[in-house]
Write a protein that binds this ligand. Sequence first.
Ligand code: PEP
Length: 251
Amino acid sequence: MRKKIAAGNWKMNKTFGEAVELAKGIVEQNIPSDVTVVLGVPSLYLNKINGIAEANDNVFVSAQNAHQELSGAYTGETSVVMLQSIGIPYVILGHSERREYNCETPELLKHKVRTALDNGMEVIFCCGESLDIRKADNQEEYVRNQIKGSLEGLSKEDMKKVVIAYEPIWAIGTGETASPQQAQDMHRSIREYLADMFDAEVAENTAILYGGSVKPSNAEEIFGQIDVDGGLVGGASMKVDSFTEIINSFS
Ligand code: PEP
């Protein structure tokens, strides 16, 4: 059985007090026992929010990025060793905003994924196409190449610690969502590709999340698609009420 995951990405939002209040509001919820909730928290607040998350067995904390090296002269960066030392289990890698604003290439992400896995972290690996690529109907090949570029060479054991988040860039923060069928088609394509790259077992067991303007009004239909195992949610994860509704949208 694949995990059902509702992951939030708070990006560069919230003051410390607001972040604490949001996390407390989420851990107080009665989360279905088969749903894993992951909070993608700004690095400055990770330690505090991780302490709050301990109050609910279904809630875990994720960094939004980590450096590819373990330590060294990289001013302003955070390493997976640091994340591990405060007990953070997850890291989001390859979000489209980091690919765009921080020039993160598939090769760099491959290095980051390897370092994170080697140091005991679980990785939420993001991929997804721009509107131009979707208009040219080239999205499946593009996303497969992103996956190949960063996940090729991982072992089947490594893949047990990898979650894939398909996030079409044209749907992130725009209010425009991929239709449930568009999400299903891409998730199926990714799963078929995992079967080619690894094997049927990896394809069957890897959780694939959809991200891009998921909200309470569309979560149930999107999560109801056979190859969609949950969501990576930006805007709607930053309010207790809307994220709670999303967490309860799995059938
Ligand atoms: C995201 O940040 O990964 C995201 C999907 O954002 P939003 O839900 O706001 O589109």
